[in-house]
Write a protein that binds this ligand. Structure first.
Ligand code: GLY
Ligand code: MN
Ligand code: MN
Length: 443
């Protein structure tokens, strides 16, 4: 823990306190009260689901394994943390709080969840309580006031230097995992084997990773959220798409790479072309850029690649207008990332509400805001040859604009996605957290 980190955290906390004060004023409340969350149990069973911390809680403190704790912030006072450290010999008991954040909080150790009640503010009706319904304790039922959430969610898109550092640290783990995964793919492993190699290198398993690893070989690369993990490798091995992240102090990274087994194949050439598009787009992630425009630009550029590779016979513009490009690129260009892999507030028009609509025909875009300095967002264009969508295209009015032999040539490889995380700069091109880390660790 460097002095630098301590200062960054202190600055981050000051930002949170200012935001909390403004949000409480909007909602007409005196206290912000945030439960860390509770465990959920499977139906008719005593098995719990993996605990997922309330993101509004981990925004304040880097604690991700502490159900039953509470954060209380009253403007003008030091924030208070009610820290549950139960007497328990069945499970590991959370250690005493430690880290650069501790000195900024009044910490009260509680031994049972109910003990929190005597340390929460006197009047629950003066509290904005942010959390899930089952976190209710006595009269402290989460009320999630709209004006408070609208304010916090909108501003969460702007990351502090501390948060950017946490995402960069998550990226260190993610890149380690990606390098191991590529090696394991080249050695002929199954999806399951590659997944295990990734987890080993990243030092995290499914309970810690920010989302389920997407480890896909051959046609599975066309399934956008493929998480099945076959136990045997297909023969022959053609292609590998891995979309996998990592976590650090509650923050996520989200990285995708695609590889051809045969480096001289036409599919590798197609990957290279998609990567050139991705890099071209990266440079457009500048302050003032409308993310919707970037998404549509991605369609035009990818349609250009499909035309260049003989898949499409129509212009890029007609491919976009007719919806043909969306059959090959059926997801959004990306999303904000931070405490959540798909961070909240992607459509927020302002901190007092309102929605920025998605372009017609692009229902899966997760971000419609204008980029501003400090935002951290992904850039993840892709091209897929998914059976379902290819069939729709073949049955539709533009079937003749497609060379189906070319589609069939690429179909066994599934698809391509390349994904980096970018920090929007004050001016000029963004900081590319993903490529920075790949470059730093290149041998
Ligand atoms: N890993 C999910 C996504 O890229 O959005
Ligand atoms: Mn993503
Ligand atoms: Mn991803």
């Amino acid at each position: 823990m460097t002095a630098d980190l301590a200062q960054r955290y202190a600055d981050h906390l000051a930002i949170l306190q200012r935001r909390a004060a403004a949000a409480l004023e909007r909602g007409g409340f005196d206290h912000l009260v945030v439960p860390s969350g509770t465990q959920h149990f499977q139906v008719f069973d005593d098995r719990d689901y993996p605990y997922a911390v309330n993101p509004q809680f981990k925004a304040w403190v880097p604690l991700t394994r502490n159900p039953g704790s509470w954060l209380v912030h009253t403007p003008g006072e030091r924030p208070k943390l009610l820290y549950l450290q139960p007497y328990d010999y069945w499970h590991v008991v959370p250690e005493a709080p430690s880290g650069v954040w501790v000195e900024h909080f009044d910490i009260v150790v509680i031994r049972t969840p109910e003990e929190a009640l005597s340390h929460l503010p006197a009047n629950p009706s003066r509290c904005a309580i942010l959390g899930e319904p089952q976190s209710a304790l006595g009269d402290f039922t989460p009320n999630n006031p709209e004006p408070v959430l609208q304010y916090l969610d909108y501003h969460r898109a702007y990351k502090s230097a501390y948060e950017i550092e946490m995402i960069a640290q998550a990226t260190v783990r993610g890149v380690r995992g990606h390098r191991a995964a590529e090696r394991t793919f080249r050695a002929g492993a199954s999806e399951f084997g590659i997944h295990l190699a990734y987890c080993q290198a990243a030092g995290q398993d499914a309970t810690e990773l920010p989302y389920g690893n997407i480890v896909a070989l051959n046609t599975h690369c066309a399934v956008l959220h493929y998480t099945q993990l076959d136990r045997l490798p297909p023969k022959p091995l053609r292609s590998f798409l891995i979309d996998a992240g990592a976590s650090h102090a509650g923050y996520a990274c989200d990285i995708t790479r695609t590889w051809a087994h045969d480096r001289d194949s036409e599919f590798q050439a197609l990957i290279d072309a998609v990567e050139r598009v991705q890099l071209d787009l990266c440079d457009r992630f500048v302050a003032g850029a409308d993310y919707r425009r970037l998404h549509l630009d991605a369609h035009l550029l990818l349609a250009g690649v499909l035309r260049e590779f003989g898949v499409l016979r129509m212009s890029a513009e007609s491919a976009l207008e007719s919806g043909v490009s969306a059959k090959f690129f059926p997801h959004g260009l990306g999303h904000g990332i931070g405490l959540q892999v798909h961070d909240v507030g992607g459509f927020a028009a302002s901190d007092t509400g309102g929605t920025l609509d998605k372009p017609d025909g692009h229902p899966y875009l997760r971000l419609t805001r204008t980029l501003e300095p400090g935002m951290v967002v992904t850039n993840e264009p892709g091209v897929y040859f998914a059976d379902l969508l290819m069939q729709e295209l073949r049955d539709g009015p533009h079937a003749a604009d497609v060379d189906w032999d070319r589609v069939d040539a690429f179909r066994p490889y599934g698809g391509i996605r390349i994904e980096d995380e970018l920090v929007v700069a004050e001016s000029g091109v963004p900081r590319n957290l993903t490529r920075e880390e790949f470059a730093r660790t290149a041998s």
